[in-house]
Design a binder for this molecule. Sequence first.
Ligand SMILES: Nc1nc2c(ncn2[C@@H]2O[C@H](COP(=O)(O)OP(=O)(O)OP(=O)(O)O)[C@@H](O)[C@H]2O)c(=O)[nH]1
Ligand SMILES: [Mg+2]
Length: 362
Amino acid sequence: MPNKKSHPSALHEKAGISPPEMISSDSVKNIQQFRKLQPSSAELVEGILAGNITALSRAITLVESTNVSHLAKANEVINACLPHANKSVRIGITGVPGVGKSTFIEAFGKYLTGLGKKVAVLAVDPSSTISHGSILGDKTRMEELVKDKNAYIRPSASGETLGGVARKTRETITLCEACGFDTIIIETVGVGQSETAVHSMVDFFLLLKISGAGDELQGIKRGIMEMADAIVINKADGDNIKKAQFAKVEFNRALHLFPAKKSGWTPTTSSCSAITHEGIPEVWKTIEQFLELTKGNNYLFEKRKEQNQYWMLETINEQLKLNFYNHVQIQKLLDSTKKAVQNDEISPFAAASLLLKTYFKD
Ligand SMILES: Nc1nc2c(ncn2[C@@H]2O[C@H](COP(=O)(O)OP(=O)(O)OP(=O)(O)O)[C@@H](O)[C@H]2O)c(=O)[nH]1
Ligand SMILES: [Mg+2]
């Protein structure tokens, strides 16, 4: 009979094998390390106020988080940063795709850091809420600015709604200002309602255009013209210089048809080339003149106060809507009620009031 000991087999296991550790000690160490790396809100604030970019980026990620448990911490950080914010100039830049916004911001941003300014570039990009960060391409358009230690570029937050994305950008402005950035540039694509949102968070609104075939005013939304503090015709280089001059005259004429602005500022038109940098310093000069005027007549500060109220109301609207559509009973009833409305079984108003009643009952 063979000796069991000298011929171990699976059927006659004696010594046994200790089961593998359920959790590897390496992973535990990593997780502990990671937890330690998650700074408290006080640590984040301390970092931001010291001008630490890593702390700033982390705080922005926190603000952008859709995780409800992050909300309280994000609010703590923002509230602590608030007394240190508000000291920058906020510039909104809009224009249709391809007009040269990113190239312009690269040239303009470099010019400003050359003057010793600290520039933060943010974006409200409704398309990125679908494609999750189309501005990534922008970072390659802003090659020089990305490398500049006095510049900070943050791609657009992604989110469910434009309102939500814009609100996060508004909060990000506060964080950037507390971190010492004195010039905030917010880029937006001229689609949807994003210009209105950006206009509601900046001091100066710049519309970038290119010269066309003489029909400059075609297809331009009246509302955008009305919001603009300056129209800058980009790509005024090479064969385009003459056309840009014509466009400037035409825009100038059109701007004079609008009623005077509350700020007391008369919108300007100019041309530039984001490639040759011709006309870029003049854009900054215009903004300086605007600031001098609106600080002098107090408009700048009054407008910021109004904007703060706007964002409070916007946030309430946004949260109420979200809450309504996420309500369990509403989710159950919404589709069938929509169908009933479609089939003329109930009027849209009666249906709305029925759903609202259901919502407010709980
Ligand atoms: N000649 C000339 N070309 C320019 C100028 N500015 C931008 N471009 C070119 O125009 C194209 C579009 O420029 P972008 O800066 O990507 O335009 P954008 O407005 O940011 O575009 P989206 O991000 O798609 O909305 C690029 O090929 C640029 O090189 C300029 O001043 N002169
Ligand atoms: Mg761009």
